[in-house]
Design a protein around this ligand. Structure first.
Ligand code: HEM
Length: 316
């Protein structure tokens, strides 16, 4: 027998006997096992069985699949952010690499949003969406998890309360004023929409747990400490600013374009499936979500989501 094989067998014997296992049993298992296939490894059949339209309109699967693609990208983003929150106070190089990856994912999302904006027939969309009420992208839990991991919770408080709550330390109290609640509250009577009630029932505890875990450990908190300690590199600063722009301006603007394309003027604006006043709620200049306010000048913050975006687009 080849020396290399004998050496591997000896190493395997040692590995298995260390945990009280018999190498021979594992070798028999190898003899029995089938070769791995691409479709089994990727779980392709399961993946391709997950598109279940509610109507027979040709374009509904496009809507479903693009949401699924987006959720997978969101999962990739969380795959980078979660270990950083878990570990706490990582180095500037580690954070910069994670941000570079997240920016790549959001870049792909921003550049592919045309699949939604231009890629579906408007008449069909307006019909099949009626079968989806009260479901809404508003209920994307991963989108909120990305926000909770990225921002200091105070910066996610609704703009009107943000400054007043600066010194609030209770995570529960801050979550009770989080910006997205306003988006899904009926203006005239202050009632929560059904979309929001479902969302809170499903994700409430998860969000509380995540918000507590990220308290003082969010990407924003870690970056601010680096800035104060003088360890925030120019490279990291650039990646953080790009990320802030992607998540809080560029993606929301693409998304808003899709709402305008499908819901605006026909003859009156269509009600959103989640029931929000979307024209007032969705534009980034009204929400003014900024993950890293300490990296932007006052002027850039006051221009958030307005002309500054054009300048940013020219620079990148
Ligand atoms: C034709 C395409 C789309 C239209 C017309 C649309 C429309 C809307 C509207 C009107 C809202 C406000 C909430 C409501 O009342 O329903 C909303 C929220 C949201 N949608 Fe979409 N959407 C589209 C595609 C997508 C896609 C592909 C995603 C990806 C997951 C998505 C994720 C979200 C998220 C995360 C929110 C909450 C935004 C926030 O709170 O700032 N949407 N969408």
């Amino acid at each position: 027998m080849d020396d290399a094989i004998t050496a591997r067998l000896a190493a395997l014997k040692e590995k298995y006997s260390a945990s009280g296992q018999e190498l021979l049993d594992f070798l028999d298992g190898l003899l029995e096992a089938d070769y791995l296939t691409y479709w089994d490894y990727i779980r392709l059949d399961s993946l391709l069985s997950l598109q279940q339209p509610r109507t027979s309109h040709h374009d509904e699967p496009i809507f479903i699949m693009y949401h699924q693609i987006t959720e997978l990208y969101f999962k990739l983003v969380l795959h980078e952010l979660d270990p950083i929150i878990e570990k706490g106070d990582v180095s500037a190089d580690v954070l910069a690499e994670a941000m570079r990856r997240c920016n790549r994912y959001f870049s792909a999302l921003e550049h592919s949003f045309g699949v939604m904006v231009d890629g579906m027939d408007r008449e069909q969309f307006l019909r099949f969406r009626m079968a989806l009420i009260p479901a809404s992208g508003f209920q994307s839990g991963q989108y909120r998890m990305i926000e909770l991991a990225s921002a200091n919770l105070h910066d996610l408080v609704h703009l009107e309360q943000r400054e007043a709550m600066r010194s609030e330390e209770s995570v529960e109290a801050l979550l009770a004023q989080i910006y997205w609640l306003r988006g899904a509250t009926i203006e005239k009577d202050g009632q929560k929409t059904l979309t929001l009630v479902q969302f809170e029932t499903h994700y409430g505890e998860t969000f509380l747990k995540r918000a507590k875990k990220a308290y003082q450990q969010s990407i924003s908190d870690q970056a601010r400490r680096m800035l104060e300690a003088g360890t925030l590199s120019e490279e990291l600063k650039k990646e953080l600013r790009t990320y802030d722009q992607y998540v809080n301006v560029l993606w929301p603007l693409q998304h808003y374009r899709s709402a305008v394309r499908y819901l605006a003027k026909q003859p009156a604006d269509a009600r959103a499936t989640g029931g929000t006043n979307w024209q007032k709620y969705l534009p980034p200049r009204f929400q003014k979500r900024i993950f890293f306010p300490f990296l932007w000048s006052d002027e850039e913050q006051s221009e958030w989501g307005k002309s500054f975006v054009d300048r940013y687009a020219r620079e990148h």
